[in-house]
Design a protein around this ligand. Sequence first.
Ligand SMILES: [Zn+2]
Length: 419
Amino acid sequence: MQPKKMKRHLLLLFIMLGLAACGTHKRAARLTFPTPIDTRDRPISLQEKKTRKLPSGIEADNQFDGARLNDFFFDDSSRTLHALILPENEPINQSPWYAFRLRASRDTSILLQLDYGETRHRYWPKISYNGDFWQALDSARFSWGEDSTFANLQLDLDTSWLWVAGQAVENSTKVAEWCSRMNIHPAVRWETFGESRLKRPLYVMHISEGSELKHKPILLIFSRQHPPEVSGFRCMKYFIERILEDDPMAHAFRQKFHIIVFPLINPDGVDLGHWRHNAGGIDLNRDWAVYRQPETRQVADYCARQARKWKAPVLSGVDFHSTQEDIYYNRDESAPPSALPGFNHAWIEAIHERFPQDIGQEDNSPLDKPISAGWFLLQFGAEGLTFELGDEDSTEYLKEKGRIAAEEYMRLLLSRYAR
Ligand SMILES: [Zn+2]
């Protein structure tokens, strides 16, 4: 964008902010971004949920939350088994999510082809024998086509189910189990504050120590706007678990700040096995301007109500995602200043210092589209960051990065924000 044009857009943004500041703050302020996105509903296709049994005795099943399998058949001409994997609607980005389970009437080895239509392969296959513990499929058993529109898996089947998925299946039940475990901690209050388009609960977790929430600075944590982005979600869990540990810094942090966590913003998309969108067929992370989708509307209003209720500033917003490799999407210099200028950059530097294995680079992107990182800034003046983890980051890496990121977040906020 040309500098002149950018200046004009920024001026418009400031005007919008001014208008919002005059409002009652009962609801989140509507915002204007230089590149508006149409987030009105678009139709989605539902996959047929059933067990497909072939004459050979091989069965494939998608009857669990988070599953994605549109068809399963044996192609006589190529003598290959095919799993057809289609998106909820189009256009959509190249993130074909698949999750299903297989079994056979007797021990057998199969070659299974994942067909993505026109879309390119993204997720390295993970397998599980119980749906809980997952491991990457051995590289000797996996290959993909030259144009990446299909992938071949060699699998050994028997009479027990073998789960196969692009990532560990972390559906709404699993998220609720994690929230419930965290809720045992005295500093945590976990509750349902709304519901998705298809009436699934929207969860929020409050973390705070001490009695008074009034004037206590708020920090917002988002996750799972995009269903398959499980490595981002898992890193967010390690991040939160570190904040809940029993040590002087974590205690001081919980006493000083009110952390509000939205662990599953798109429960319908996750349970329907969507590649990216919600049940309204929309990328929720393009709807942080006028909130046409019920999930963004309710999360945005809830955050605004909390800030108003407690007369508290919102200082920071971190939204966990996944992509091909780790990256930190920060705002560029043309963005209006936040309540904590330069905080994200200092935080990223501190993570790199402590964890040199971190391959994530900082990317200063313009504030042009209605995504959450820009919304944190324009809605509240908070530092906003999209915290992207790599799709194939190992558990050990995610754990260490999540813990170190939490430690540096706590340390920097405690030292920088003394009131
Ligand atoms: Zn994402």
